[in-house]
Every structure is written in C-alpha cells, then in structure tokens.
Ligand binder design. Sequence first.
Ligand code: GLU
Length: 433
Amino acid sequence: MATKPRFSTDEQPTVTASDNALETARRQLARAADCLEIEPGIRERLAYPDAVHEVTVPVERDDGSVDVFTGYRAQHDSIRGPYKGGLRYHPEVGRDECVGLAMWMTWKCAVMDLPFGGAKGGIVVDPKSLSDDETERLTRRFTQEIRDVIGPNTDIPAPDMGTDPETMAWLMDAYSMQEGETIPGVVTGKPPAVGGSRGREEAPGRSVAIVTRETCDYYDRPLEDVTVAVQGFGSVGANAARLLEEWGATVVAVSDVNGAIYDPDGLDVAAIPSHDEEPEAVTRYAAETDVTRLSNDELLVLDVDVLVPAAVGNVLTADNADDVRADLVVEGANGPTTVDADAILAERGIPVVPDILANAGGVTVSYFEWLQDINRRAWSLERVHDELESEMVTAWNAVREQRERRDVTWRDAAYVVALSRIAEAHDSRGLWP
Ligand code: GLU
C-alpha cells in the first residue's frame, strides 16, 4: 500500500532544513519585520502558530480492514478574522509544513486585505491509493475529529493539493449533520449546488493570469509579445495558461507530473484538458501532435519571457536558479522558490512575483463564497470576475507601491504590505489579559 499510515517513521517531507516551509516562512517574516521595525513581541508571536491540532483518523477500507491516518490543522493567527486555509491530502504532509503553509495564508489574506487569518491542514495520505468511498469516509471522520476547532466564525477550510469541491461538500455535510443545521460557511470551495461560489475553482489560475498581465504591463511587455512556460497543468496552471493565451500571450510549454511539452510557436492550450479533467491529457496531446517532449526540469530553464511554476513547492532551488532564463517568474504554486533560489534570482535581476499575491485569487473567491453563504445569496459569475479583478489589481498596486518606495523585491514588498496590516491589528487589539 502506497499510503503512509499513522505510525510511519517517515512522515516528514524530504526537504532540507532550508527548504522546509516553516523555516522559509520564518526567514521571510524576519526579513519583512526588519524592513518595518515591527515590535519584537509581535514579531515573536507571528513566528509561532496559535495552535496545531493533531488527530488520529481511523478509516474502514473497502475490504473491511481498518487503516489509521494522521491529520493536522495548524492555526497560525486570527487577529484580523477567522483562520482560513486549505486542507491537503498528500503523503508528505507534516506538522511543520502545515505551520509554514498556515503562516503563508496569514500573509496572503492580509496582502489581499481580507478579514481572515491563516490556517492549513491535511492528512498524511496518498489520495490516489484511496477509492472514492474511502476518501469520503476519511473526510467525514477527519471532520468529526477537528469539528470543535473549525466553524464559519472560527476556522474555515478549503481545497488544496489532493482535495477538491467534492471533498469540501463531504466536510460541509459531516459538520452540518453534527451541528443539526446546514452551515455552508464552514468551508469554501464547495460545488455551487451546496453554496459554493461560481468561479472559485478557476480563481487561483485567474489571479495568476491577472498578476502576470499587470506585471508584464509594468515592465512594458504587452502580453501579445510574451512567451510563457507553465509548470503544472492542474487547476492553477491550466486556468492561468488558458487565460493568458486568451489575453494574447503565447504559451510555449506546459507540463504535468509525467513531463513537459514544448512548441516555440505556441501550444493550443485551450485544447488540452487540465489534470483534473483528464489526468493524462498532456501526454496524450504530446502523442497526437509533433510538439517536443521535455522533462519538468528542462521546462524550468526554458528561454521564455515568463515562467509560472504552478505545480509543487521547492522546484526553483540553488541547483537550477542560475540556469533560469525567464525574464519574470510568477509563482502559481505555494512556495515554489527556495530562499536560496530567491536570493540568486534577485541577484540576477529576475523579478519573482510571490505566491501570496499571485495565487491569492483562490482565497479571495473563498471570501466571496463565505459572504454568499452568510447572506444566502449567490453572485453571478460576472460579479465574481469583476470583484476578483478589482481586488487583485488593488493588491498588486499596494505591493508595487511598497516595492518602489523601499526598493525591495516583489516578495519583500508583499510581505511588507501584509505584515504592516497584521502588526497594526495586533498593536490595536493588544495582548490579552
Ligand atoms: N488552498 C488555497 C491557498 O493556498 C486556498 C485557501 C482558501 O481558499 O482558504 O490559497
């Protein structure tokens, strides 16, 4: 069985200390706090999560046997509103990773000026090793185990790697059944039939495209003249690639876990189903056309104008950052650039627009969904697109302004925007008791 059960000795992600999400998040916090001269007490508080819940999730397999998995929910900070962030089902989920990712959610919500704090959770499991029924039982039992610490006004989960709208519907149902009333606002990223927002699934990819468009424009590179390589053809990568193509860019390379495809004249990305729509679609497209096949590593160093790493974390590292030939990197995944790679890219003058801004469309439309749930009134897709466009452009402008004022990187500028809002809230509320 590929899945790692509860008492595996090998639960932690196989990354070095410097690439660990928590280490990275803390180092980024320290840099921004130095820039802003944040009060040491607030800075210290933000380096630690408010709480990390670790639970045991027993599940009956289809053959009648029982397996036991570990689940986490890390709650980092709630000074600006309820904890908010995704749930990931992945064999390398770990405590520190959840804390680091929860910290990123705190900054992401603050950079977007949403009334949320940050959380992240997940289960140490390979979702591909579970049948649909097993995934449903796992999700329902996990919901029961974390029920006391989530809720529409306390902590609101959402999809992340290995989870999808159906997972969120099971979570909402399990929570609501126990509470005795339908509470759609306990989770976002649900199917529209049960209180999900139109446009939520494509929102992270849409925000990556909006941020790429704004940044290219800023550097006087109209999208019509720009080539793009996108690593990852899941919901973030596929939606970003499709929109960028629609807006005039030439998408020359995309990839999935099996490898990349490249055509210097441009791929017909609209014709390639996303990984969620058809898992082997990139491979099939390669077989049916005469595009060049590359590895994922080769895609990252292609000579393109814009590189969008939208698959997993830690793909741009000290080993390949010197070879990156893109003029601009826009982070679609969470944490695709290690601290060392970030320094190398900055040194080489390659701007990196950070994840906490670029893919923040997901949590922003989650916020719209939460508002719709509370008000029991659905928005049109047009309204979701319009409001997302306006929120993204406002946040991008706030970051650009700090970047220019302080002469720092895009990442440092985004952290400065986020941290100044969080620190101000901590300062105003004070410490209790
Ligand atoms: N998992 C997504 C992220 O990393 C969305 C979180 C949310 O919508 O709460 O931003």
